[in-house]
Write a protein that binds this ligand. Structure first.
Ligand code: ATP
Length: 596
């Protein structure tokens, strides 16, 4: 007998655990709710510092310490449609965080992936005329390709159809079941296929529209499995009170407390009558067919340091998930950060609504650094943000092309002209008593604190301030004119170039979490190799890296200015005018010649 399972292998667990007690009708598939497939069960292990832990076999070596890896996850994105800029936004932010943690010398386990089961995915596959399996392969691959183009350095890419993932979910469920927190009952309510969720009628808009997707929710009655969330009401309240850092940014814990205080209801974790699922043979031996069980995945580290998600799934991650972890005897993650939405006309951009911004086009047109920088700098992390092409071009040109790229190019141009591209002093010596050094040191420390706090926009701002300070210094010192004076003035000018290039070196490390390719190019301009760039650590943002005699590369612009459509039109108009004028002149001359 094959039972169709839905959304990874929660179902697996239920089937193998429940089949002796319940008789399943294979013609009426019984599928589980996708909640767990949105998590990253791959990295679970037990930990003693759990608020909830009900296990008795925790050991001291399971305690997380500062030297533990930084384990963190993005959502597993639904493959109902290819990725859009919203999905890219979370992943780009996650990558910046991963890169920063690596700069600190941490081992990072960065987990992302795709959620491949569910009604909306089956429907999407049917609409495209593909089998669900083929559809999932194609869309999941589109995510991987986009992550490559966006310089995303994930460590694990989970597909919820992967048997390893299924095995872990299965074991997880067995624990929840053994703890008496799963039961079977009828459920009746309004269902949003796009959320894959039963909705509280109070949340719905007129005509029973889902407030997120603006699509009608349909009445459904099903025989489902439930998770006993209500049992965890008090513990969840306590956790949030005792652990104010758990939900972030700082204005979100209130939202979560309010959900909890309004009374937690048990929720259904299974679905009937969904065709796209995983067949599970009615064989208890299947429970041991994978080696990747919960205990053996300890090496990946648990609890996770961070779940980075959009605020749309905050309730799952900050309420449902911790309760289920508690039920399974596992520690809760250290932090859940629910960022805001990229919006279009005030509505969340989303696959279901179809109002998305195409990240592949943006990357093709402007490059990955520009895309990464704009969204991380311009959307304050945690808040919503709108996209406008004009703003995109203005910001990227002002910060990356002018403040950083132009300063580097001008400085290297002067160094080539006056010092054969060779540094005349150690940057530490050159900057003795110089206030720019103090400014840069203060700003880079600010950037570090902002990165630590996931204030990515402020981190970018602090680094750009270093560039602004460098530009100001260049303008005030005017080395081009001091070189002309010769003697001591010329020597001072040569030292000024060392000082500005040292500031550039620090920018190249400090902005590398956000714009890695650009920063590599800066590093190479400063005469370093690719390997040296990849080996750099945050400690090297300390002033004093550039040394006497170091030879810089031939100046080559590191970031090409983007021409705005308005500029393009103006330029085209200008060119047209010039042609007309020339033509006119020519014609006039012809006439003159003719008259002569
Ligand atoms: N507009 C958006 N702004 C920011 N993040 C987004 C946006 N849309 C999706 N995300 C990211 O993707 C996650 C949701 O993944 P999902 O696969 O459900 O994407 P979706 O486009 O919202 O799908 P759907 O429209 O079908 O609900 C969010 O939690 C968030 O991390």
């Amino acid at each position: 007998m094959a039972v169709r399972l839905h959304y990874s292998s929660l179902q697996n667990t239920l089937f193998s655990s429940f089949s002796p007690m319940y008789s399943f009708n294979p013609s009426k598939p019984f599928l589980l709710y996708p909640l767990l497939s949105r998590q990253n069960l791959i990295s679970l292990s037990q930990s003693k510092d759990s608020f909830f832990c009900t296990c008795t076999n925790n050991t001291a070596q399971n305690l997380q310490t500062e030297s533990d890896p930084f384990v963190f996850t993005t959502p597993l994105y639904y493959v109902n449609a290819p990725p859009h800029m919203g999905s890219a936004y979370t992943t780009v932010a996650a990558d910046a965080i991963a890169r920063f943690q690596r700069l600190l010398g941490k081992k990072v386990i960065f987990i992302t992936g795709t959620d491949e089961h569910g009604e909306k995915i089956a429907t999407a596959a049917a609409t495209n005329g593909s089998s669900p399996r083929d559809h999932c392969d194609v869309v999941s691959n589109a995510y991987k390709l986009l992550w490559k183009d966006l310089d995303i350095t994930y460590g694990k890419f989970i597909r919820t159809t992967d048997p390893k993932h299924e095995a872990i979910v299965k074991e997880f469920c067995a624990r929840v079941l053994a703890n008496g927190d799963m039961y079977r009952a009828d459920y009746e309510g309004f269902y949003c296929v796009n959320c894959e969720e039963y909705k509280d009628e109070k949340e719905l808009l007129e005509n029973k529209l889902c407030p997120m997707h603006l699509k009608p929710c349909v009445p459904r009655k099903e025989d489902n499995y439930f998770f006993a969330l209500s049992k965890y009401q008090k513990k969840l309240e306590e956790t949030l009170t005792e652990n104010p850092e758990f939900v972030q940014p700082s204005f979100r814990p209130n939202e979560v407390q309010n959900w909890i205080k309004s009374g937690l209801k048990d929720f259904s974790i299974s679905r009937a009558s969904v065709d796209w699922g995983i067949p599970v043979p009615n064989d208890k031996n299947q429970t041991i067919y994978e080696t990747s069980d919960l205990q053996s995945t300890v090496s990946s580290g648990w609890p996770a340091s961070l779940h980075l998600i959009g605020k749309d799934i905050l309730r799952f991650h900050a309420v449902y998930w911790p309760a289920m972890l508690a039920s399974a005897g596992l520690a809760i993650p250290k932090k859940v950060f629910g960022h805001g939405f990229l919006t279009k006309d005030g509505m969340k951009m989303g696959k279901s609504l179809g109002n998305t911004l195409e990240p592949n086009d943006l990357v093709c047109e402007f490059g990955s650094d520009a895309v990464r920088y704009f969204f991380l700098k311009e959307v304050e992390f945690g808040h919503d943000g709108d996209y406008s092409e004009d703003r995109f071009i203005n910001i990227v040109n002002a910060h990356l092309a002018n403040t950083i790229g132009n300063l580097l190019n001008r400085t290297l141009g002067l160094l080539r002209k006056n010092c054969q591209l060779t540094l005349v002093a150690d940057s530490a010596t050159a900057a003795e008593g110089n206030s720019l050094k103090d400014t840069v040191e203060n700003l880079v420390e600010k950037a570090r604190v902002h990165y630590e706090n996931l204030s990515l926009s402020s981190a970018c701002e602090a680094v750009i301030e270093i560039g602004n300070a460098g530009n100001l210094y260049m303008d005030e010192q005017a080395p081009w004119s001091n070189f002309k004076k010769g003697g001591a003035a010329s020597e001072a000018a040569a030292k000024d170039l060392v000082i500005i290039l040292e500031a550039m070196r620090i920018i190249a490390i400090a902005l590398s979490p956000v714009t890695p390719s650009l920063c590599l190019r800066i590093y190479e301009q400063l005469g370093y190799s690719k390997d040296q760039f990849y080996a750099a650590t945050w400690s090297e943002t300390k002033w004093g890296g550039l040394k006497l005699g170091q030879v810089m590369a031939q100046p080559n612009p590191v970031f090409a200015r983007i021409e705005s459509p308005a500029e393009g039109e103006q330029a085209a108009e200008g060119a047209l005018k010039a042609t007309k004028t020339k033509t006119k002149t020519k014609n006039t001359k012809h006439q003159e010649v003719a008259q002569a």
